[in-house]
Design a binder for this molecule. Sequence first.
Ligand SMILES: C[S@@+](CC[C@H](N)C(=O)[O-])C[C@H]1O[C@@H](n2cnc3c(N)ncnc32)[C@H](O)[C@@H]1O
Length: 218
Amino acid sequence: MSPKSFLLDDRLHEYLLAHASPPDEIGAALIEETAALGGIAVMQIAPEQGALMALLAAAVGAREVVEVGTFTGYSALCLARALPPDGRLLCLDISEEWTSIGRRAWAAAGVDGKIELRLGPALESLRALPEVERFDLAFIDADKANYAGYYAELLPRVRRNGLILVDNVLWSGAVVDPARDDADTVAIRAFNDLVAADERVESTILTVADGLTVIRKR
Ligand SMILES: C[S@@+](CC[C@H](N)C(=O)[O-])C[C@H]1O[C@@H](n2cnc3c(N)ncnc32)[C@H](O)[C@@H]1O
């Protein structure tokens, strides 16, 4: 498996994988099935990021979690498994085709009863949720242009000391490349500036995989 982190060489990546909780049989099969889709598989989070997110969900005692961007369901599988038996994970995505692969894996892992999948533009799905501090943890991993919009909708719906995790915030290093001015890069830079200046939260960017911001609501 090639490293998702552009900061690690192959040897260090192998070493890191050998010293983190590995994906189990169902997780590994989902990674393999997604890889068979071709280049699009790059959208899936890295296994070491899945392990970290599961650890964070368990550490904050998460019971209510929301994910924006589900794809073939690997991050959802990691998060759902970290929840207690009565925990709930709300997954938002627009693709029936990709999420149907996830549904099968969730059923095989016995976590399908914890997951509700809503198909449709995630901004609309979030706006339709009551504005109450319901979620212990949120994960943003969908279209980059809407990152700031997702954050604006999620923050009032996350409890105090709850976490918002945001993927791809280093964008393979493009955030510091002056030659990159494409829409996604510009959106991610603006999002990172917004979070860094937001006094309602504390945050840090972890160099795991393609960059993961961990945000705590004050
Ligand atoms: C990077 S992938 C998510 C990867 C996933 N977290 C995983 O670990 O496999 C991004 C997903 O966002 C979804 N997406 C893109 N635009 C969206 C939108 N406006 N509303 C909801 N989902 C969207 C895509 O269908 C895709 O499945």
